[in-house]
Each structure stands twice: as structure tokens, then as C-alpha cells.
Design a protein around this ligand. Structure first.
Ligand SMILES: C[S@@+](CC[C@H](N)C(=O)[O-])C[C@H]1O[C@@H](n2cnc3c(N)ncnc32)[C@H](O)[C@@H]1O
Length: 203
């Protein structure tokens, strides 16, 4: 039985059906990287429904918030985003949730030489073409064989560069609920998710 009681109280953009998809993938993973955690809505959905170790990669600072003009969060105090995340994930931090307070490119530079490998990478950081491309190219190298690479905001009108960036990296992708895209790497003896009817080939 999946539990979203706490996750849905946390501000964020993930719809309930997207949280459910994330939770199912997380339940099948041992080590997860999430790029872009914000206040922890998606992180909490994964943590509450898995036993996985989750690397939450996000600077948790205003300088990371680079959305084109349409929205700016209220500035409360310098570390407000970190405090929100920390309070929303308190039970897990230092146990199964490992905040990596840096931009994804720096996180990659730290994780790669240490041989950290993931079953599941979820990309929801900067949504411009260059960052989405970079996150895919870097973090697919950190996937275990058979791992799952996925992200948010595919065909989301407010994030018009996500889909072109994803399409440029893959011959085909699959679409999950809402604006989730995903791609499987290697052979899945036990596929992580049923292939949805609306699977899309972008080749
Ligand atoms: C759309 S929010 C993530 C939402 C979150 N997944 C949720 O469900 O609530 C994007 C987050 O990505 C972070 N971010 C932006 N650029 C980043 C980068 N290059 N590396 C890591 N995180 C980044 C921002 O600080 C912000 O918290």
C-alpha cells in the first residue's frame, strides 16, 4: 500500500499520479539519484515508499532557481529552501536521504570517481536545453546495468526545452503519467514498470 500522506502536504509541481509512478520505481530500487528536489515533495514520495538510499542533488539555494521570468519564489531568508527540505525529510536525512548540496555537474564530479551507481535517476533540475542534456549525458554513465533514467516536464508548456533536449539524446523514450519521460538502460530481467499504452517513439 503506497503512502503519500506526507508528500502531498509538501509544495511542488508533481501531480498525484506522477508521485505514484515515482514511488513504484523507487520501491524497486536500492540507490536513487534525484536531480532537483526543491522542498522535497518528490523525495518524500520516494522515501516513504521504498527502502532505497536517495541522493537528493540540489544546491537548495536561490541561485539555482533559474526559471524564465514566469515565476519567482518569495524570498524568505537565505537558506529558506534548505530549511524547508530539511524539515520535510528530517526523519530520513543522514539515514536514507543524502542531500548533495551542489549543482548536478559538481555532484557528478564527486560521485563518478567514487564509483557510485544508481538503479534509478530522476531528472528535475534546471529545465533548459543545455542542463537537461548535460544531466542526461552525465548521469546515464552512473546507471547500473538495467537502470532507469527518467525526468519530469516532458511537453510541459512552461518548460519548452525539456522535450527537445530529451528527444535529442534518445532514439526512443517512453512516457509515464503526466509529464514524466523515461528510458531503460540494458536488459531488465524484471522491468521496472509496465510500458504504458502511450509509449512514444521519437526516433
Ligand atoms: C522543479 S524543482 C524540483 C521539484 C521537485 N522534484 C518536486 O517534486 O517538488 C527544480 C529544482 O532543481 C534545482 N536545480 C536547478 N538547477 C539545478 C542543477 N543544475 N543541479 C541540481 N539542482 C538544480 C532547484 O534548486 C530546484 O529546487
Amino acid at each position: 500500500m503506497l503512502n503519500f500522506d506526507r508528500a502531498v502536504t509538501i509544495p511542488g509541481w508533481m501531480k498525484p499520479e506522477e508521485l505514484e509512478w515515482l514511488a513504484v520505481q523507487a520501491s524497486r530500487a536500492s540507490v536513487i539519484a534525484e536531480i532537483g528536489s526543491w522542498q522535497g515533495r518528490s523525495t518524500r514520495a520516494m522515501a516513504d515508499n521504498s527502502n532505497a538510499v536517495i541522493f537528493a542533488i540540489d544546491p537548495f539555494s536561490d541561485e539555482a532557481i533559474g526559471y524564465p521570468g514566469w515565476w519567482k519564489p518569495p524570498v524568505k531568508h537565505k537558506d529558506w529552501l534548505w530549511h524547508e527540505f530539511e524539515s520535510n525529510l528530517r526523519e530520513y536525512i543522514g539515514k536514507r536521504v543524502i542531500p548533495v548540496r551542489m549543482f548536478s555537474a559538481y555532484a557528478y564530479e564527486h560521485l563518478e570517481p567514487r564509483g557510485v551507481k544508481f538503479d534509478f535517476v530522476f531528472i528535475d533540475g534546471s529545465h533548459d536545453f543545455g542542463h537537461v542534456t548535460g544531466d542526461i549525458q552525465m548521469f546515464k554513465k552512473l546507471l547500473k546495468p538495467g537502470g532507469l533514467l527518467a525526468g519530469h516536464d516532458y511537453n510541459e508548456p512552461t518548460c519548452p526545452e525539456v522535450a527537445p533536449a530529451v528527444n535529442a539524446q534518445f532514439q526512443s523514450i517512453m512516457l509515464g503519467p503526466g509529464t514524466i519521460w523515461y528510458a531503460l538502460y540494458g536488459n531488465h530481467a524484471n522491468p521496472v514498470t509496465p510500458i504504458p499504452a502511450e509509449s512514444l517513439s521519437v526516433a
